[in-house]
Design a protein around this ligand. Structure first.
Ligand code: GDP
Length: 296
C-alpha cells in the first residue's frame, strides 16, 4: 500500500533535506514533484491542488526559505498536512448513552460490507469487551444471510436473521427489539448493497434508519476501486448522511488514492481500515501513523 507514493515522496524530501538552504524555486520544484506523486497515486485532483497549495504556503511562510537546515521543516510540514488530509487526530466510534449502540452498515455490493460487519463485531468484543449482535438485513444478495451467520458465528457475535423472505426494515426493527431483550451492548445491522448507488437502495437505507435510529451509519468503500470509491462515498453522503468510512481492501490497493482523498471530498473520517480477508485483519485508522508510514 502507498508503495510508489512513499518512494517518490521520500526521494523528493530527501533531495530537499540535503540542501543547505532553500530558495522559492526549490520549494516550487519540490511541490511539482509532490503534486505528480499524488496524482500518480490516484488522489483526487482538487485534493492534490489544495494540498500542495497549503504545503507551499506554509513552506514559504514559515521562514523555511533561506533558513539553515530547512529540509527538516519541509518534511514536518508535509507530514502534518498529510495527517490533516486523512482526518487529523483519529476519530472514534460513537456509543449510545444507553445500550444498545446501533451501527448501520452501508455500501455497494462487493464492497466488503458483510465481512466488515463481522470484523467490527470482533473488534468491539476484543477491544471494548462489548456483547455484540449482528442483524442480517441484506436479503437480496444470494447467500448474504448465510455468509453473515457463518462469519458472525466465527467471531462470537449473536446473529439475528429471518432468512430472505421478510422485509429488511421489519427484520431490522425486530433485531433491535431482540438486542434490547438480550441486553446487547452493540447491534450492527448489515444492509443490502447494489452494484450502483440507486434510488431504491437509498430509500431502503432511509427506512431502516427510521426504524432503528442508528447511533452511527458507517459506509464501507472498496479502496481498490480508487476514485470510484470516493465518488460512491460522495453520492451516499448526498442521499444519506453517514458518519464515517470503513476503508476495505487496503491490502489490495497499491496506490492509496481513495484513502488519501475520501475525507477531503466527503468531510467524513475513515474510522477503520480492513486489510485482508481474515476476520482479524481490521484496525482503527490513524491518520498520523499512516502519514508517517508514507514518509518512512
Ligand atoms: P458485501 O457484498 O459488501 O457484503 O461484500 P463481502 O463482505 O461479501 O466481501 C466481498 C469480497 O471481498 C469477499 O470475497 C471478501 O472476502 C473480500 N474482502 C472483504 N474485505 C476485504 C479486505 O479487507 N481485503 C481483501 N483482500 N478482501 C476483502
Amino acid at each position: 500500500m502507498f508503495d510508489a507514493l512513499s518512494e517518490k515522496l521520500q526521494a523528493t524530501l530527501s533531495d530537499v533535506r540535503q540542501r543547505g538552504t532553500l530558495t522559492e524555486d526549490d520549494v516550487n520544484a519540490a511541490m511539482r514533484e509532490i503534486r505528480l506523486a499524488l496524482l500518480e497515486a490516484d488522489v483526487n485532483f482538487k485534493v492534490v491542488k489544495s494540498f500542495t497549495a497549503s504545503v507551499k504556503e506554509r513552506c514559504l511562510g514559515a521562514d523555511v526559505v533561506g533558513a539553515l537546515n530547512p529540509g527538516q521543516q519541509v518534511v514536518k510540514i508535509v507530514d502534518e498536512e498529510l495527517t490533516a488530509l486523512m482526518g487529523g487526530s483519529s476519530a472514534g466510534l460513537a456509543f449510545a448513552p444507553r445500550p444498545p449502540t446501533v451501527i448501520l452498515m452501508a455500501g455497494l455490493q462487493g464492497s466488503g460490507k458483510t465481512t466488515a460487519t463481522a470484523k467490527l463485531a470482533r473488534f468491539l468484543k476484543e477491544n471494548n469487551d462489548s456483547s455484540v449482535a449482528v442483524a442480517a438485513c441484506d436479503v437480496y444478495r444470494p447467500a448474504a444471510v448465510d455468509q453473515l451467520v457463518k462469519v458472525g458465528g466465527q467471531v462470537g457475535a449473536t446473529v439475528y436473521e429471518k432468512g430472505t423472505d421478510e422485509n429488511p426494515v421489519d427484520i431490522a426493527r425486530w433485531a433491535l427489539d431482540q438486542a434490547k431483550q438480550d441486553g446487547k451492548d452493540v447491534l450492527i445491522v448489515d444492509t443490502a448493497g447494489r452494484l450502483h448507488v440507486d434510488e431504491s437502495l437509498m430509500e431502503e437505507l432511509k427506512e431502516i434508519r427510521k426504524a432503528v435510529k442508528p447511533t452511527s451509519i458507517l459506509l464501507v468503500v472498496d479502496a481498490m476501486t480508487g476514485q470510484d470509491a470516493v465518488n460512491v462515498a460522495e453520492q451516499f453522503g448526498e442521499a444519506v448522511n453517514f458518519d464515517g468510512v470503513i476503508m476495505s481492501k487496503l491490502d489490495g490497493d497499491a496506490r492509496g488514492g481513495a484513502a488519501l482523498s475520501v475525507k477531503a471530498v466527503t468531510g467524513k473520517p475513515i474510522l477503520f481500515a480492513s486489510t485482508g480477508e481474515k476476520l482479524d485483519q481490521f484496525e482503527r485508522f490513524h491518520p498520523d501513523r499512516m502519514a508517517q508510514r508514507i514518509l518512512g
